[in-house]
Design a protein around this ligand. Structure first.
Ligand SMILES: *Cc1c(COP(=O)(O)O)cnc(C)c1O
Length: 493
């Protein structure tokens, strides 16, 4: 009896001994978080971490407990103070959303509930399916289609391309593997296709060369004649043309392939039509620009990214597949320890049957809460607003003789560079890179860079609900100021 009592006394839990202390600290964390977002505009977009902050991250594995208030203090000092910067109104690097407070509350509550969305009969599972249904509706997919929330666009593309491969393989790939595919499969995409498709092809066992990169026109959209020629050539050479990947918003310049033409060609050639809509699928909800993505609703599968234009906190991607049974049959397995029961907890849908993960987080809640709070009409207007802002910046660049627009602006991505009289392409690249780095280091704005038609350029991708037009005015002024500074320090010649 005594030893039992002793054992009981030593039983431990992660719950705090006193919830009252935790409650006070939690209130403080919320207050700090609100202040953090409220004042984001006043802080630098980004800053380099001093050595002592870097050193903090090589502290040894903790063995002994520490008070939670101290743990939070460490996080506030060393983590919260050095963000990537994508919640800042002047962050326009690469391509990502700027998060939102409601979504953060959703992430918090999802973690508090702690549910695993691999399956089961509980509310979180129903909400996950509801958010997928809403995504279908936003892009014009039928209610009979299926889908799944995943980590992001890369995984959403992998899901779509896996279903495409299995549907077109001509053998049971799941059972027999890619080695049994009678004719090597060929996929087609423009030369602007996102790098995640390469990883997808590698992971699917088809290899990078299974995707033919088709030339693009002056607007960086896939060239339909070159695509038809490639398909004919592959037929003649004994390949099986399997899938065309259309991009609705390329990562370099925001170009949108002619999705209606691709849908028609796919139907004619009996190809799977997948749309990488990580950037642009949701333009379908933007009243002024939705015609740019007309045809997306005809796809067999779509990848989209709620952590981009829905500003969901990372991570949230969504794969949609028109043929629900093709989707399920690409992934479903029922091991003996995951059989369904007629009633009770295991009577729900197994959501792990639609992707590669078994355990799944409750990503839906952060998306659901923000959609409910604002409604999709507002999200649509915010997309239009970003596109209008990109056109505004394009106008500023065109009006400024020392700046040069480097690609047509279709949506919210602007490619430009600072001119430099008589300079070589290499020198221009070094000069513009220096402007970009000083803008970052001075905390003014975060841009990134890329190469379009063989020429280096700076790139502004405005997926940001906090950006205002005067932020873009300021960007142009500061880029010109820094350009002058560099030229003054190292005159051309
Ligand atoms: C962002 C992006 C991806 C990858 O999405 P992640 O969410 O970063 O995994 C794929 N394709 C395009 C066109 C993108 O812009």
């Amino acid at each position: 009896m005594d030893s039992l009592r002793e054992l009981m006394a030593t039983e431990e839990t992660l719950d705090p001994p006193d919830w009252v202390d935790v409650q006070a600290l939690s209130h403080r964390i919320i207050d700090d978080a609100i202040g953090y977002l409220k004042d984001v505009r006043e802080r630098p977009v980004w800053r380099e971490m001093p050595a002592e902050v870097r050193a903090f991250f090589s502290a040894p594995l903790p063995r002994e407990p520490a008070p939670i208030a101290d743990v939070y203090g460490d996080v506030a000092r060393n983590v919260m103070a050095y963000p990537m910067g994508n919640i800042h109104p002047r962050f326009w690097s690469w391509y990502m959303g700027s998060s939102n407070f409601t979504g953060a509350l959703g992430d918090f509550l999802a973690a508090i509930q702690g549910s695993n969305l691999g399956g089961g009969n509980h509310a979180a599972g129903l909400m996950d399916s509801q958010v997928v249904d809403w995504c279908k509706e936003m892009v014009g997919f039928p209610a009979s289609a299926s889908g799944t929330l995943v980590s992001g666009g890369s995984m959403a593309n992998i899901i779509g391309l896996t279903v495409a491969r299995n549907a077109k393989a001509g053998v049971d790939v799941r059972e027999r593997g890619v080695g049994a595919i009678p004719k090597p499969l060929r996929f087609y995409a423009s030369d602007q296709v996102h790098s995640c498709h390469r990883k997808a092809m590698e992971a699917l066992g088809l290899g990078n060369r299974a995707v033919r990169r088709i030339a693009t026109d002056a607007g960086l959209r896939i060239d339909a004649d070159a695509l038809k020629a490639a398909i004919a050539e592959d037929h003649a050479a004994g390949f099986k043309p399997a899938c065309v990947i259309g991009t609705a918003g390329t990562v370099n310049t925001g170009a949108i392939d002619d999705l209606q033409a691709l849908a028609a060609l796919a139907a004619e050639e009996d190809l799977w039509f997948h749309v990488d809509g990580c950037i642009g699928a949701l333009i379908a909800i933007a009243p002024e620009n939705r015609s740019l993505v007309a045809g997306i609703e005809q796809a067999h599968s779509i990848a989209l990214d709620p952590h981009k234009w829905l500003h969901a906190p990372f991570e949230a991607g969504c794969a949609l597949v028109r043929d629900a049974s093709a989707h399920r049959s690409a992934f479903a397995v029922t091991p003996e320890y995951l059989e369904s029961t007629p009633r009770g907890l295991a009577s729900g849908q197994w959501l792990h049957d639609y992707g590669l993960q078994t355990s799944r987080g409750f990503r839906a809640l952060k998306i659901w809460m923000a959609l409910k709070e604002h409604g999709i009409e507002k999200f649509g207007r915010l997309i239009d607003q970003n596109i209008a802002q990109a056109r505004h910046l394009t106008g500023l660049i065109e009006a400024e003789p020392t700046l040069e627009l480097m690609a047509p602006t279709t949506i919210n991505i602007v490619c430009f560079r600072h001119r430099l009289e008589g300079a070589s392409e290499d020198r221009l690249k070094a000069f513009n890179t220096e402007i970009m780095l000083r803008l970052q280091e001075q905390g003014i704005a975060a841009l990134s860079d890329t190469t379009v038609h063989g020429r280096h350029c700076l790139r502004v991708a405005i997926t940001n609900h906090r950006t205002r037009r005067d932020d873009l005015d300021l960007l142009v002024r500061q880029a010109l100021r820094i350009g002058k500074e560099i030229e003054a320090a190292a005159p051309p010649g």
